[in-house]
Design a protein. Structure first.
Length: 238
């Protein structure tokens, strides 16, 4: 199956795979992820190691001093983000079963672009914003954000990350080589990947199908869950 790897992580993987230290990291993670059958748990385990290795890079005092990323700066959240099918399942679970609200119309429009970069930048800027952005420009699913979002830490001024003009500019990012290997291991383990809207839309379709659910004592937003499942069932019947 074709996997659309994140470009930066894949370039790191191709460049450093011959080095035993990095190859050992990749094989170690492959072994761990291959033993996890649940896509959601596999995504969370991948994120655990992506964070571990990213935090190693962030522990450098110079990195902490010059990183320009901060809460509310959502420039990169208007670009296409690669996710694998495990990460899409994790996000779909938050929407379908945990009642996390998203703009389904916006997601549908974004998802129709599929994996086309040119098609993405034909959308109006506001329509390109991630469906998980909150009103303050923060990430509403920060703890479960995709691997790519975890490794992207910019040194460049925020204006360099802006794509309002439809052009992606060169951005200087923190070196996260070990984390990049964890990203690729996660993508390989999942078996499928693409842009977040496209993959999430597919995952929502899968998870909206009838299934046997174990009763839970946890109270969620029942009215919203009922409505979104009804909306999705209508959409996927078409």
């Amino acid at each position: 199956m074709l996997i659309n790897y994140p470009q930066r992580a894949y370039e790191t993987f191709k460049r450093l795979s011959p080095i035993s230290e990095f190859n050992d990291i990749y094989r170690f993670l492959q072994n761990i992820l291959s033993k996890i059958s649940s896509p959601i748990e596999r995504a969370r385990k991948t994120h655990q190691y992506v964070d571990l290795y990213t935090n190693e890079s962030l522990s450098n005092p110079a990195a902490k001093k010059f990183i320009t990323c901060h809460k509310g700066c959502s420039a990169c959240c208007h670009t296409q983000v690669s996710v694998n099918s495990d990460e899409a399942a994790l996000l779909a679970n938050k929407v379908i079963h945990e009642g996390h609200e998203v703009d389904l119309k916006k997601l549908y429009i974004q998802g129709n672009v599929e994996n086309s970069g040119s098609g993405w930048f034909e959308l109006p800027y506001e329509m390109r914003g991630c469906v998980f952005l909150d009103e303050g420009g923060g990430c509403s699913i920060y703890e479960d954000r995709p691997s790519v979002c975890r490794t992207n830490n910019a040194f460049s001024p925020p204006v360099q990350c802006e794509t309002k003009d439809g052009i992606e500019k060169p951005v200087r990012l923190l070196n996260t080589e070990k984390a990049d290997f964890a990203v690729i291991a996660g993508f390989r383990a999942s078996g499928e990947a693409g842009t977040l809207p496209h993959m999430l839309w597919k995952a929502l379709g899968e998870q909206s199908k009838p299934r046997v659910v174990t009763p839970s004592k946890k109270v969620v937003k029942k009215a919203y869950l009922k409505r979104i499942k009804k909306d999705l069932s209508k959409i996927f019947e078409v």
